[in-house]
Write a protein that binds this ligand. Structure first.
Ligand SMILES: C[S@@+](CC[C@H](N)C(=O)[O-])C[C@H]1O[C@@H](n2cnc3c(N)ncnc32)[C@H](O)[C@@H]1O
Length: 206
C-alpha cells in the first residue's frame, strides 16, 4: 500500500507497520523529521507543511493517517487559558482536514486527535484511549493501557508513569499498538474490497 503519514512526529503510530508498505511521512520540524528518518530509513521523509501537502497529494495514496497538532483542542486548555492566561482559538485545520477528506478522498483515511475540551461537531469518530479518531472505515475499539505506554515508548523512554519524564516528541507519539490496530483495519478493508471486486467479476460471467 502507498501510505501517507502526516504530522508524523517520531512515528509512534508507524512503529509496528513493518517495511512492506511504501510510506511517505511529512513533518515540519527538521530535527523531529531527522529522528523519524533515523528510526525508519526506508520511509520517504518530507520536511513540509502537512496541511498543504495533504491538499495537493492525497490522491496518490491508498491510506492516509493525519495527526494535526492537538494543543488548541485538548482539555489542557482549561489550564493554559485560565491559569497561564494564553487565549487561543481551536485550530480549524483539524476540521478542515476532516471535512475535506470526508468529501473528496476516495482512499482510506483517518484523522487522529485528542479528546477535545468542546463537543465535536462532526460526530463520526471512534474514541480509543485518549484519542478521537475520524475515519471512513470502521475501527473497532481496543483496550488501551492506562498510561498508554506502547512498544516504542517502553523501548525509548522506559516505563515511567509521569508524562514529564519524557521528551515532548515521545509524549506526542501515538501508541504503537493503536497504530498497528488501525493499519490492520485499513488493510482488512482493502482486502475485502479486492475480494468483492474479483468475486463480482467472476460472478457476472457465471
Ligand atoms: C501529535 S504529533 C504527531 C505524533 C505522531 N503521529 C506519532 O504517532 O508519533 C504532531 C507533530 O506534528 C508536527 N507538526 C506541527 N505542525 C505541522 C505542520 N504544519 N506540518 C507538518 N508537521 C507539523 C509537530 O512537529 C509534531 O511532531
Amino acid at each position: 500500500m502507498e501510505i501517507l503519514n502526516l504530522y508524523c512526529g517520531i512515528g509512534g503510530n508507524r512503529h509496528l507497520w513493518g517495511d512492506e508498505h511504501n510510506i511517505t511521512a511529512v513533518e515540519l520540524n527538521e530535527k523531529v523529521a531527522a529522528e523519524y528518518k533515523r528510526r525508519y530509513p526506508n520511509d520517504t521523509v518530507i520536511v513540509a507543511d502537512a496541511h498543504e501537502y495533504l491538499l495537493h497529494n492525497f490522491k496518490k495514496f491508498d491510506f492516509i493517517w493525519t495527526s494535526p497538532p492537538c494543543p488548541t483542542h485538548s482539555r489542557t486548555n482549561y489550564f493554559t487559558q485560565a491559569i497561564k492566561k494564553v487565549p487561543t482559538y481551536p485550530d480549524m485545520k483539524l476540521w478542515q482536514e476532516i471535512i475535506y477528506l470526508n468529501q473528496f478522498c476516495k482512499a482510506l483515511w483517518i484523522v487522529e486527535n485528542v479528546i477535545p475540551y468542546y463537543e465535536p461537531f462532526l460526530p463520526q469518530y471512534t474514541q480509543i484511549g485518549r484519542h478521537f479518531i475520524w475515519s471512513n472505515f470502521r475501527i473497532p475499539k481496543i483496550e488501551m493501557p492506562k498510561n498508554e505506554i506502547g512498544t516504542m515508548m517502553k523501548q525509548y523512554v522506559g516505563t515511567g508513569k509521569h508524562a514529564h519524564d519524557k521528551s515532548l516528541e515521545d509524549r506526542n507519539a501515538v501508541n504503537s499498538e493503536l497504530g498497528l490496530h488501525i493499519l490492520n483495519c485499513a488493510v482488512g478493508k482493502i482486502l475485502i474490497k479486492k475480494d468483492y471486486e474479483q468475486h463480482s467479476l467472476f460472478g457476472s460471467g457465471m
